[in-house]
Design a protein around this ligand. Structure first.
Ligand SMILES: [Zn+2]
Length: 466
């Protein structure tokens, strides 16, 4: 059914303006100061957006959905995670394919793609994690880029002995990425330093969740960013630092960019909202707030926000990686090193950015759109199909009520997770209507279930753009 959204304020990364938006089929076909409904097919659904904002569908560039862990799986599957995404205004997710080193890259791609295609309600694509780099992996990665629409890799400098590559292999991978025009996203922490600090703390009997941050302090992350930048400088590869958490890591990124390294920076929502005191909460409550890099000393929150305002940080994702408190986080009651890492945020991201960014006066609306949608589309080969409001772009639209006020609750979330890290916190703003390629998929902060059709998310094959 065609859709006309009337009277709202369109917000893109560059401008705000009042206009009507009309979508026929899956794409935006008209944007004009006023569109007369009489000029449209009679079946057109008219959405009154007076007093509301119209954003391009948001893109979360960093989520984990299918996530095998210690013989079990993270709390969400593609059904629940993408319902949650849409309810919160996110219409495209970029999921990390995280195989084990025993898995072949092509088989891992097929596993993730099959699962997502079966039950994803929003559009999706993947960063292919590279956790082995032998001749077979090299050949299969080339093939995935050439034929399956993979345009970004992920590497871990952290996770000693499990997921990290040797420097020799990292250099070879970056060289391949450069040749293929693929951007390499990277988790930057010095893996040996983390292993050393974890052992030292545990041996001293410091097993509580308050020791997670001291086990991987800021200097360890800054060292990881510096190391990645060095290897990128040597190879000319384009790299992207995921979940940057602190000023000292940002400083390394700034210095690398200043000397010409092609390096981009991502922040994720938990680091913009919480400081490390959350992970220090008593009665093991702190486990709800364990992620890596960890939540930091409070002054870093302002550093990150001002870097977003200056557009020095390009994107804001979530690192959504939900583990149930009762049955999964609890595996680490005896030692923080056994607590599965991650904070579920896929539904809350946009409202948190609106509340803590726009309402708090730290960023303007255009910067919100740039960081939470447009830049991810540009960096990862989705623009201008995604990431903006323009004739010819997919009709992924968020009609947003800036005056909505409530509090975050577990009950208000579509995620399967058994707690909300944001429980009881102030919430400003809500997606009133969300469309995915011209179809209404969420209303008033809830997913719209359509029993007459299968999950409507589509895989977004991409071409390398770097
Ligand atoms: Zn992650």
């Amino acid at each position: 059914m065609p859709i006309l959204i009337r009277g709202g304020t369109i917000v893109t990364a560059d401008e705000q303006r009042v206009a009507d938006v009309y979508a026929e089929g899956e794409t935006i076909t008209r944007i004009e100061p006023t569109i007369d409904p009489k000029s449209l097919p009679r079946a057109t659904e008219i959405i009154d957006a007076t007093g509301k904002l119209i954003f391009p569908g948001f893109i979360d560039p960093h989520v984990h959905i299918h996530l095998p862990f210690m013989g079990t799986l993270a709390a969400d599957n593609h059904d629940s995670a993408t319902r949650a995404a849409l309810a919160g205004g996110t219409t495209t997710v970029i999921e990390m394919i995280c195989p084990s080193p025993q898995d072949e890259p092509a088989a891992a791609f097929n596993t993730w793609h099959t699962l997502a295609a079966a039950s994803s309600h929003c559009d999706f694509t993947f960063h292919q994690a590279v956790v082995r780099f032998d001749a077979l992996a090299r050949a299969q990665l080339r093939e995935l880029v050439a034929t399956r629409g993979v345009a970004s890799f992920k590497v871990f400098l952290a996770y000693k002995g499990a997921l990290d590559l040797s420097d020799e292999n990292l250099l070879a991978l970056l060289e391949l990425a450069k040749e293929l025009g693929v951007i390499v996203t990277a988790h930057c922490e010095n893996a040996d330093a983390v292993a050393f600090m974890q052992k030292r703390l545990i041996d001293a009997g410091h097993t509580g969740t308050e020791f997670h941050e001291p086990s991987r302090p800021e200097c360890v992350e800054a060292d990881g960013v510096h190391h990645l930048a060095t290897l990128a400088e040597l190879t000319g590869a384009h790299v992207y630092v995921v979940h940057t958490s602190c000023e000292s890591a940002l400083q390394q990124a700034r210095e690398a960019r200043a000397r010409g390294v092609n390096l981009w920076v991502e922040a994720v929502v938990p680091h913009l909202v919480f400081d490390k005191s959350a992970a220090e909460r008593s009665d093991f409550e702190g486990a709800k707030y364990l992620m890596s890099p960890p939540l930091r000393a409070a002054h870093n929150i302002e550093s990150l926000w001002s870097a977003i305002a200056r557009r020095e940080i390009s994107t804001i994702g979530t690192d959504h990686a939900p583990f149930h408190f009762a049955t999964q986080k609890s595996l680490g009651r005896h030692a923080f090193t056994a607590v599965p890492n991650g904070i579920g945020s896929i539904q809350e991201r946009v409202d948190l950015l609106y509340t803590h960014g726009v309402i708090a006066g730290r960023i303007d609306l255009c910067t919100l759109v740039d960081a939470a949608s447009t830049q991810a589309a540009k960096l990862f080969g989705l623009f201008p199909r995604k990431g903006t409001i323009a004739v010819g772009s997919d009709a992924d639209l968020v009609v947003y009520d800036p005056n909505f006020r409530a509090r975050f609750t577990r009950e208000g979330s579509e995620s399967a997770l058994d707690y909300s890290a944001y429980e009881g916190m102030e919430r400003c703003g809500r997606a009133s209507v969300v469309t995915l390629r011209g179809r209404i998929v969420a209303r008033d902060g809830s997913f719209v279930h359509d029993a007459s059709r299968a999950a409507g998310g589509r895989y977004l094959a991409r071409r390398p753009t770097h």
